[in-house]
Design a protein around this ligand. Structure first.
Ligand code: ARG
Length: 458
């Protein structure tokens, strides 16, 4: 038989494959609450404008609330024949309240309906993302505070560069997740316009009040262009780009956790709660959560590329291709939520191995720059000359198999006669980090300022 929603011009029903490729109910049932909220706002507006009677409106609202509780109680039977969440709900409404149900879709199309439902969902998801990131930042601020003085090697090219503090390193991630939060807020702001009332694409001749529905549904204003409204999926793309950038941050951190927790580095120990064992090697403790955070990033970035590619060739306005937007966003959202929560858990639970970090910080000639800076400051050498002299000191230490600070004063004097005993004050890792007091630098005093700045903003 033909479709009860749009079957007027059809003589027969769809092929089984048609039904399968066409149906979205398997995933868009997630939008049930947004769909019902949107329909209640729409029906209320229709009644207020005199387009439907207030008796019909009351029946519609009551029926929709019944459906809401049916779905939430798991008592609703979703049907693939009814394609999507919109038609599943409307068909049930007809069963519950009879002909009045048929008036709900006045001055509305599924095109503006789905744009509304999905936008409401994405907006809510972004609010959740913001809260999850706030929690992760709090965990990082606590760790950073605890380890504002903990010295570790800072790396470039993954080669020892200069000593930094672990607190400072944690605060680098706070900056990244802080920017992610600000991107989340901007994204919410961009999508804060209400699609309902654009109808199929051209608007409607009914005297609707789009400002009323926009306000009832918590939007700043209605969208301005009905064609754009039903063909725009920027809000979904923006969610996916914000999620992808955030996931990249999570993934870099996850990668560091994987490296740090190896016996070779041994900078941190993950808690039992966030690691797994091996079924064959009894000694193993694997950083699976970090690895999976790293992997989820591939998946989230893939969703962004998928939707960009789905959208890139679509003429205005709505095309059914756009139905494929939801699975990408739902999957990315679910996995981003998991990844952020797992990261917050790992940060809170990890044990920082202060001695291992300190020992590593002092190896690899990490205070060579401090020696060069000392020669500039105390002996008046131009930095390029100081760099060369220090390079020779490093070569000598390497040849002797010791660190810079283990060279004797005679050794150092043989390289440059201006070097005095006082140079040893700057060759320790503590002196090195304490001296980096430039704004944003690694000195514990500066790191504490960064922490205080973020405490007031997170
Ligand atoms: N299930 C559809 C989607 O997700 C709803 C909109 C359908 N509109 C249409 N004209 N067929 O995009």
């Amino acid at each position: 038989s033909s479709n009860q929603m749009w079957g007027g011009r059809f003589a027969s029903g769809p092929d089984a494959i048609m039904e399968e490729i066409n149906a979205s109910i398997g995933f868009d049932k997630k939008l049930y609450a947004q769909d019902i909220r949107g329909s209640i706002a729409h029906a209320t507006m229709l009644a207020k404008q005199g387009i439907i009677s207030s008796e019909d409106k009351d029946k519609i609202v009551e029926g929709l609330n019944t459906i809401l509780s049916e779905i939430e109680a798991g008592r609703f039977e979703f049907s693939r024949k009814l394609e999507d969440i919109h038609m599943n709900i409307e068909a049930r409404l007809a069963t519950l309240i009879g002909p009045a149900a048929g008036r709900l879709h006045t001055a509305r199309s599924r095109n503006d309906q789905v744009a509304l439902d999905f936008r409401l969902w994405v907006k809510e998801e972004l609010v959740k993302t913001d809260a999850a990131l706030t929690d992760l930042i709090t965990a990082l601020l606590d760790k950073a505070e605890e380890h504002a003085d903990t010295v570790m090697p800072g790396f470039t090219h993954l080669q020892t560069a200069q000593p930094v503090t672990f607190g400072h390193h944690c605060m680098a991630y706070v900056e990244m997740f802080g920017r992610d939060r600000s991107r989340v807020r901007h994204a919410i702001d961009h999508m804060d316009e209400c699609p309902i009332g654009a109808a199929a694409l051209a608007g409607t001749g009914f005297k609707i009040d789009r400002h009323m529905t926009a306000e009832a549904l918590g939007f700043r204003s209605p969208t301005r262009n009905s064609i754009d409204t039903v063909s725009d999926r920027d809000f979904a793309l923006e969610f996916l780009s914000v999620a992808s950038i955030c996931a990249v941050h999570l993934s870099r951190f996850a990668e560091e956790i994987v490296i740090w927790s190896t016996p070779q580095f041994g900078f941190i120990r993950l808690s039992d709660a966030f690691s797994t064992g091996s079924s064959i090697m009894p000694q193993k403790k694997n950083p699976d959560a970090a690895e999976l955070v790293r992997a989820k990033t591939g998946r989230i970035n893939g969703s962004l590329v998928a939707l960009l590619t789905i959208m890139k060739g679509l003429p205005l306005a709505y095309s059914k291709d756009m139905q494929e937007d939801k699975e990408q966003v739902f999957d990315a959202a679910e996995n981003l939520e998991l990844a952020v929560a797992a990261m917050a858990g790992m940060v809170r639970d990890m044990t920082v191995r202060v001695d291992r970090m300190r020992a590593a910080a002092g190896s690899g000639f990490s205070t060579a720059t401090d020696l060069a800076d000392w020669l500039v400051r105390e002996a008046g050498l131009p930095f390029r000359d100081a760099h060369h002299v220090t390079g020779r000191a490093v070569a000598l230490a390497e040849q002797k198999g010791c660190d810079l600070a283990d060279l004797s004063l005679e050794d150092l004097k043989s390289i440059h006669e201006a070097i005095t005993e006082k140079v040893f004050d700057v060759l320790t890792v503590d002196a090195s980090v304490a001296s980096r007091t430039s704004f944003g630098g690694t000195a514990p005093s500066e790191v504490r300022k960064q922490i205080a700045w973020w405490r007031g903003r997170n």
